[in-house]
Design a protein around this ligand. Structure first.
Ligand code: SF4
Length: 419
């Protein structure tokens, strides 16, 4: 079988300091600083008693301690534009197909993940409602207003899916149940299916079951780090954060049992210090369990403990994107692929002509996530520019065009043959 194979070590195209991948030693988060007592646990916001009034746009600077879930949720800027709550345009897309919701509290998330804009250490200088997350602002909106808009005509809604992102907070299970119940009371989950992006640290099997009983369609776990060592460094003891790799796996396996094949999965961030071989073996493990991987390209989120580190070089990202797509949707196994001594992909394990067709279809390079209504391998969750600026797109929130595919092939170091 003829394979596309890099004849030499992959050449650097985009990385800082000539690197074509982000190695473990470089990707060390900085240590969190101590939070002043008067800013801890949202104290600064809770010292006020201003009632929330409708939509809160980040940096409105209204200190409204009662603006919290389940009455309020935050939603992505893309979802707010699609819903008509905010004005604005997104490069290359008319709308987003996923209504991404985030639980909200004045205390914010109590975890401290190093790559995340919502992390606890940020309370020192930024109120929770004003924090950036995956590169964008998240306005806070009454849940009832969102449901009113979508319930007018769910079948014609631009949204193909709704997703509730839990955060680490003592109320996050109960409020997730309430938000989900409010939604499914008014909106048929077969018209707009619901995904849960869970917080395993505080969850039990019964909690997972309850989300299923209340109408959730897919349950995902934000593993984020691809190895136990990286997990501990970025989300556990390394940054005074409560998460444990083993607990995330326990809850994912409960979800596998309760939700069944193709209805569970894990989020993984690529480029935090794992090798390409490590992340692709994890992708294979998830597929063998019957689940899916949803990939993010590491981007140094402003204000996070990793904001001084390099974004994932595009060549590393493209290799992993392509290989992951082959494993997840085209039946190629990681054992058929080849890697160099630094774990980089050197051969994708399928015939050159077949690989060329898959590259030119472009789907492998679109944002990955829970499916929408177009086809199984096209994600509803398109997260426009959540992991890159539009000037150097990592995950394409739209179907890549010819000029995009030419660029992708260059980044892959695979000869450009497109006319
Ligand atoms: S638990 Fe989630 S929201 Fe909280 S800091 Fe970690 S990644 Fe961010």
């Amino acid at each position: 079988m003829s394979c596309i194979e890099h004849k030499t070590t992959p050449s650097p195209t985009n990385g800082e300091a000539g690197r074509d991948h982000n190695p473990f030693d470089v990707m060390e988060p900085r240590a969190p600083l101590k939070t002043p007592v008067d800013r801890k646990n949202g104290k600064h916001v809770k010292a006020n008693d201003i009632p929330p009034q409708g939509v809160y746009l980040p940096n409105n600077n209204i200190l409204a301690p009662h603006m919290k879930s389940p009455e309020y949720v935050q939603l992505s800027t893309a979802a707010a534009i699609t819903l008509g709550i905010m004005s604005g345009r997104m490069y290359g897309c008319e709308c987003t197909r996923c209504l991404n919701l985030l639980l909200t509290y004045p205390e914010g998330c109590r975890a401290n993940c190093a790559y995340c804009g919502l992390a606890r250490h940020r309370e020192a200088d930024r109120d929770y409602a004003d924090r950036n997350f995956i590169r964008v602002d998240w306005p806070a909106v009454p849940m009832a207003d969102i449901i009113d808009i979508v319930a007018r005509d769910p079948d014609k809604s631009p949204f193909h899916r709704m997703c509730i992102s839990m955060i680490t907070h003592p109320r996050s299970e109960d409020d997730t149940f309430t938000v989900l119940e409010q939604w499914t009371d008014r909106i048929d989950p077969t018209a707009i299916p619901v995904s849960i992006l869970s917080n395993p640290t505080t969850m039990s099997r019964d909690d997972v079951q309850r989300t299923k009983d209340l109408g959730a369609d897919i349950f995902t776990v934000a593993l984020d780090a691809a190895t136990p060592e990286l997990f501990d460094r970025t989300r556990g003891k390394g940054v005074q954060s409560p998460h444990k790799w083993s607990k995330y796996w326990d809850i994912m396996l409960e979800a596998r049992d309760i939700f069944g094949p193709q209805k569970f999965g894990a989020h993984i961030i690529v480029g935090m210090g794992e090798t390409e071989s490590e992340v692709l073996h994890l992708v294979q493990e998830l597929v063998d369990l019957g689940g899916h991987s949803h990939m993010f390209c590491f981007f140094p989120e402003q204000g996070s403990l990793m904001d001084h580190l390099p974004a994932t070089p595009r060549d590393q990202w493209r290799r992993v994107q392509l290989a992951r797509y082959l494993i997840d949707y085209r039946g190629v196994r990681v054992g058929q692929m080849r890697f160099d001594d630094q774990g980089r992909v050197t051969a994708y394990g399928i015939a050159e002509a077949e690989l060329a067709v898959i590259i030119d279809e472009g789907i492998a390079f679109r944002t990955s996530g829970c499916p929408g209504k177009f086809q199984d391998d096209i994600s509803a969750c398109d997260r426009p520019y959540g992991d890159s600026p539009p000037s150097d797109i990592a995950s394409y929130p739209f179907q890549p065009k010819k000029k995009d595919l030419k660029r992708i092939r260059k980044q892959l170091d695979i000869p450009v043959t497109l006319e």
